[in-house]
Design a protein. Structure first.
Length: 306
């Protein structure tokens, strides 16, 4: 739906949510062998994200809650990603360092428990997912570009082009990927007619640059906190090269790495339900029964702990 535009069109996304949300809810209840009376609490994504899409979810959740007489709970989108590995066959234990990597966010957090988050570092411009998508667009790989770039990179030589690793030696835990995107654009222009036969090499070199920064900053976060466990969450967490390199680096240090299942790396409802359940069980939040709602398109994760 969004492919002709090269990115998400908010109005189209909101309308598509409206069309799909009720049939999808009915489908997953049926697949789970459950009915609406079995539901105890209805969790929904309150933010951050596109306001129109968030309003669809919040409105349906609160209307459903009112109709069933069930409480509702607004959940932070990134907290859903952060806690999604608890749905895996090998769930982590608190405390841990979390690397949140997605299209809109690249952050390192110290996680001491549900709702107990401290920001260690974040991107000062493009997120890692944006760097993947924008570089893919420069290579003519369409939308969404990140997965396409990663597939193409498997056929290329990661050492073919010397691309920058922004802020790699900055001494802090912040990220920057805008300069890398510019370097990819410069290299693509320099190649000119030779871009097509060298496209896989440039894709591999781009992926290698992003992954090296993510891995080294993650290891630095472990050193800074003294923790021995790291959780990787968000769409970029599905990247094969990132998993391979982080696994290898952490194995040398005796550090445990946890990921969500591949199907739970991108945005999904299961992680929001899980985060809502964990917040309730930890006594961090009470579900509401007044069914009034708002959404928070901008909502820093560390503000949630305050």
């Amino acid at each position: 739906m969004h492919q002709p535009y090269g990115g998400v069109v908010p109005e189209l996304a909101s309308r598509d949510h409206i069309r799909r949300v009720l049939p999808l809810a009915q489908q997953v209840l049926q697949e789970a062998g459950r009915g609406l009376p079995d539901v105890d609490v209805i969790a929904y994504t309150r933010g951050p994200g596109l306001a129109g899409a968030l309003l669809v979810g919040a409105g349906v959740a609160c209307a459903l809650g009112a109709a069933l007489g069930k409480p509702v709970l607004g959940v932070h989108h990134l907290e859903g990603h952060l806690l999604s590995p608890f749905l895996s066959a090998d769930p982590p234990e608190f405390p841990f360092v979390a690397l949140l990597v997605s299209g809109g966010h690249t952050q390192l957090m110290q996680v001491d428990g549900v709702g107990r988050y401290a920001l260690l570092g974040e991107t000062i411009d493009d997120a890692a997912g944006e760097a993947f998508d924008k570089s893919a667009k420069l290579l003519g790989l369409g939308y969404p570009g990140g997965p396409a770039l990663s597939r193409l990179a498997e056929q290329g030589d990661a050492a073919a082009f010397k691309l920058p690793r922004p802020l790699l030696h900055s001494g802090d835990l912040d990220f920057s990927f805008a300069g890398l995107k510019t370097a990819v654009m410069t290299q693509a222009k320099k190649l000119g007619d030779q871009l097509e036969p060298r496209k896989a090499d440039l894709a591999a070199s781009t992926e290698a640059a992003i992954v090296e920064v993510l891995v080294k900053k993650s290891l630095a976060a472990l050193d800074a906190t003294g923790l021995r466990r790291i959780v990787v969450a968000g769409g970029v967490g599905a990247n094969r090269r990132l998993r391979q390199q982080l696994d290898a680096a952490c194995a040398k240090r005796g550090v445990r790495v946890h990921y969500p299942e591949l199907s739970l790396c991108t945005d999904n409802g299961a992680m929001i339900a899980m985060a809502g359940a964990m917040r309730l069980q930890a006594g961090m939040q009470e579900a509401r029964t007044d069914y009034a709602f708002d959404v928070r398109p901008r909502w820093p994760l560390d503000a949630l702990a305050a």
